[in-house]
Design a protein around this ligand. Structure first.
Ligand code: HAM
Length: 422
């Protein structure tokens, strides 16, 4: 008995027609990023494990529970990338990209890996589109980054989402808050695991999903109330810049990002149609990351958007009609009848494709009826049947499938005919 293979548990896969939607989202994000002077960086899918333990942080679930770590044949510990920022910064340092004009503006997209418990919108292999702007600490740049995500969501037609922002402050703000937060937490009775998390990073407790802990944290001191004057003024500038861009936002002072490197501006886009996995994208500023990874002391800001969740969000707002996804895609389908017609058809579609049209033909030993059915299923916009009489006369009927209208066209000038038909 042969085995029936299945994809590994919890991975997302995209095939036609929905993969066209996937592609469309990436293209849109790419165009918006290119227009703001961000350029592609293509990164390795696996990196030195320590890049993530040091970069993403030892107190995070991502590092402690969710990494796909393995040893390669040379005994090196490697990890499938759980996120993109650490890799981007590693590459900037390694290749000296920060020696030129700052900020370094990069975008990336691809598969990321986290061994999470799979559920709707949460996968073990998922897709992100991200950007990073490194080397300039300016709230107007923060607004640009947030604005790019906002433009993309809007351009895709999404409406039912909300931008949440907060400031996680600079070092003095965090130090002041930490003292008060630790004072507050030491007065609570915490179980062993929670106490261990407090020791690593007390801010993580704001992210605890247990009802009892959430209740306890309602009266905990908030970082936003301990911002230094500098952090406060940057946060105010960010809000002014967002307003000037016409981007609505709410302040969520309880936001805790899942990765440890954030300082200052932090943000999340939350979609209301997605249930518990509602974050369609998030990001923020990271002051110490580059230094921490052995580079210059440069600040950066970026985001990661979840393509899988954007697709779910589009579906929840009825913005994807999968049944319609392929219609109009194929400009021409040629149905050849007989060997001579097949020979002419392959040459004809080649010419049509070179002229920039999308064209296909009936392959295999198909009846006329079968081939016409295929053309219909493919939602071809035009169909051309090629038999002996067409070959003899050099002319054929080009049939427009939307209304059945036929025009007689000369085979030698098929491209011209197609141009006027479309
Ligand atoms: P993140 O918030 O961990 O940030 O992930 C960004 C987005 O990726 C999330 O908002 C979500 O849409 C998507 N995502 C995360 N995990 C999963 C999953 N298991 N399944 C499906 N989608 C998921 C980062 O990764 C940071 N590197 C973003 C960033 C860039 N910050 C600064 N620069």
């Amino acid at each position: 008995m042969s085995k029936n293979f299945q994809a590994p548990k919890g991975v997302s896969e995209y095939f036609p027609p929905i993969s066209n939607e996937f592609e469309r989202i990436i293209r849109k994000l790419e165009n918006i990023s290119l227009a703001a002077n961000y350029h592609l960086i293509e990164l390795p899918v696996f990196e030195d494990t320590e890049l993530f333990t040091r970069g993403v942080g030892e107190s995070t679930d991502v590092v402690t529970k969710e990494m796909y770590t393995f040893e390669d044949r040379g005994g090196r510990s490697l990890t499938l990338r759980p996120e993109g920022t650490a890799g981007v910064i590693r590459s900037i340092i390694e290749h000296g990209l920060d020696r030129g004009q700052l900020p370094v503006k990069l975008y990336y997209h691809g598969a990321f890996f986290r061994a999470e418990r799979p559920q709707a919108g949460r996968y073990r292999q998922f897709y992100q589109f991200g950007i990073e702007a490194v080397g300039v600490d300016d709230p107007f740049l923060d607004a640009e980054v947030i604005g790019i995500a906002h433009s993309a969501f809007s351009a895709l037609g999404l409406k039912n989402f909300e931008l949440q922002i907060t400031s996680l402050g600079d070092e003095p703000s965090r130090a002041a808050h930490r003292v008060e937060l630790l004072k507050f937490l030491s007065a609570q009775s915490l179980d062993e695991e929670t106490a261990a998390r407090v020791a690593k990073n007390p801010l993580r407790i704001f992210d605890d999903k247990r009802e009892s802990v959430r209740k306890m944290m309602e009266s905990a001191p908030l970082l936003i109330d301990y911002l230094s004057n500098e952090s406060k003024s940057k946060f105010a500038d960010l809000q002014r810049a967002l307003s000037s861009l016409g981007i609505p936002f709410v302040i969520n002072p309880r936001m805790v990002r899942g990765l440890d490197y954030y300082t200052g501006t932090a943000f999340e886009f939350v979609h209301h149609g997605l249930g518990s996995q509602s974050g369609i994208g998030g990001g923020g500023r990271y002051d110490g990351l580059m230094r921490n990874l052995g580079g210059q002391d440069l600040s950066g800001i970026g985001f990661g958007l979840g393509i899988d969740r954007i697709i779910l969000a589009l579906q929840s707002e009825n913005l994807i009609d999968v049944s319609n996804e392929m219609s109009g895609y194929l400009d021409l389908f040629i149905v050849p009848i007989g060997e001579a017609a097949r020979l002419r058809a392959v040459a004809l579609i080649d010419v049509v494709r070179r002229a920039g049209f999308v064209a296909d033909m009936g392959y295999g030993d198909r009846s006329l009826k079968g081939a016409m059915k295929a053309a219909d299923k493919l939602s071809a916009r035009n169909v051309l049947v090629l038999g002996d009489s067409e070959l003899n006369s050099g002319k054929a009927a080009l049939k427009r499938m939307s209304d059945g209208n036929e025009v007689s066209v000369t085979l030698d000038s098929l491209v011209t005919a197609l141009k006027s038909a479309l």
